[in-house]
Design a protein around this ligand. Structure first.
Ligand code: TYC
Length: 103
């Protein structure tokens, strides 16, 4: 006879086995200093976007304040945030790249 605790543990195990891990949005924020061409280059280099799509997203960030670059598992998103931030700082741009969990 299963105890209540064993039953709750079984339910928790089943939930972790059937619920997919959350995905994370990688988001660029606008600023007044980072050149538009640099942002387009970042979107092409780190997010695999064609120049037309990269330009659309850059302009959305420029006009609306933020824009989604892509949606990834947590470790991939974190690496993209690190790589973009390192590249921006190497070029002395203040570009902000963040990650947000998808609900
Ligand atoms: N606002 C910047 C400019 O006018 C361009 C820009 C776009 C900066 C997107 C950051 O994430 C950004 N040069």
């Amino acid at each position: 006879m299963a105890t209540r605790h064993q039953h709750e543990t079984e339910l928790a195990v089943r939930a972790t086995q059937t619920t997919p891990p959350p995905m994370w949005r990688v988001v660029l924020l606008n600023d007044d200093f980072t050149p538009m061409d640099f942002v387009v280059m970042v979107l092409q280099t780190f997010f695999g976007l064609e120049i037309e799509r990269a330009t659309q997203i850059m302009l959305k960030v420029h006009t609306e304040g933020r824009g989604i670059c892509g949606v990834y598992p947590q470790d991939v998103a974190a690496t993209k945030v690190s790589d973009v931030t390192r590249c921006a700082r190497q070029h002395q741009h203040p570009l902000q790249c963040i990650m947000e969990i998808e609900e």
